[in-house]
Design a protein around this ligand. Structure first.
Ligand SMILES: O=C(O)C(=O)C[C@]1(C(=O)O)C=C[C@@H](O)C=C1
Length: 316
């Protein structure tokens, strides 16, 4: 799982070893026996994929407490050609660690990954109300920074960090929500569209044509009128002016499902910018229940009927 001989596929992930992103990559059977490249941020991971340095990258996309990871959503919206090919869930919990001999009362500054920091607010506000925060590239990087720098007295890290580094546990289970989960996606440019499994998700990013009243409803109607359920809808600023947003959307189903394909065609006619980010198996492998009126055969029958009319066949 380290240095890559020429033909060995490389997978990029937010390193170093032991991050939650590393945990997510351990769930990918194809990455076993491949070379793993630990990088410092999402941009670097995606750059590896775009340049061909790696076949795929694992990146965090959403946390159940903190919401969407904006760096990931914005990168996927602006880098064309990237495709999500898999989804993975990792339960996340956090500990506070310091250099040996440190007491909780000594802590003035905490090193932490911003997404981890945001998930530990309650503990920090009650136990260390006057602390400062230095951002770290990852949870493990936050912890190891204590060993090479005196910038912070403590770090937010994954449980188990003290098994691998000479650090002292200051507090356990400091996350606001004991059931917190982070959702990761495996992103590639070259590994093809995953097959339909019946338990799939499709991710897209959509812009509205203008800000006329009812445009958002018009976008949502594309799904409602085809029986397509949404499991995620988030807005992100486009960035060129105040009040302009793009929508990050997850749909139940695969682009090979007729109802999903038809909804995408409707969206494409309506929106000036639709980005297809991929169809891939859901992490929970839960089969999607499709109302019979939106089954594949209903769409193909309707198409056959129209084809008959166009070719002049008499109606049966
Ligand atoms: O620092 C890590 O361990 C990571 O894998 C990064 C990351 C993230 O980017 O959201 C992953 C899960 C946690 O929610 C906090 C941090």
């Amino acid at each position: 799982m380290s240095a890559a001989p020429d033909a060995t596929p490389v997978y990029s992930y937010l390193g170093p070893v032991g991050t939650f992103t590393w945990e997510a990559l351990r769930q990918v059977p194809e990455a076993e026996g491949a070379a793993w490249r630990g990088v410092s941020n999402v941009g670097e991971a995606l750059d590896d994929v775009m340049s061909g340095r790696s076949v795929a990258a694992m990146i965090a996309i959403e946390n159940s407490v903190e919401g969407g990871v904006s760096a990931t959503q914005d990168a996927l919206a602006t880098i064309p050609g990237l495709r999500i090919i898999g989804e993975y869930l990792v339960p996340v919990s956090f500990v506070l660690v310091g250099r040996p001999g440190t007491a909780l009362a000594d802590v003035r500054v905490i090193a932490a990954h911003p997404v981890a920091y945001a998930q530990c607010r309650r503990f920090l506000e009650s136990q260390l109300p006057t602390h400062g925060h230095v951002p770290a590239a990852s949870n493990v990087a936050a912890a190891t920074s204590l060993l090479s720098s005196e910038l912070a007295e403590a770090a937010i890290a994954p449980p188990g960090i003290t098994d691998h580094h000479p650090l002292q546990l200051l507090a356990e289970n400091i996350g606001d929500n004991p059931n917190a989960v982070t959702r990761f996606v495996l992103v590639s440019r070259t590994l093809g569209l995953p097959e339909r499994t019946g338990a799939d998700k499709t991710s897209i990013i959509v812009e509205l044509p203008d800000d006329a009243p009812g445009r958002l409803l018009e976008m949502l109607e594309q799904f409602a009128t085809r029986g397509v359920n949404m499991s995620l809808l988030e807005s992100r600023p486009i960035g060129d002016a105040l009040g302009r947003y793009r929508f990050v959307i997850d749909l139940d189903g695969h682009v090979h499902d007729e109802r999903v394909a038809d909804a995408l065609l409707g969206l494409k006619r309506f929106s000036p910018a639709v980005m297809f980010l991929g169809s891939y198996p859901r992490a929970d492998r839960q089969q999607i229940e499709v109302v019979s009126q939106y089954g594949d055969d209903v769409f193909t029958d309707a198409r056959d009927w129209l084809r008959g009319i166009l070719s002049g066949e008499p109606e049966a």
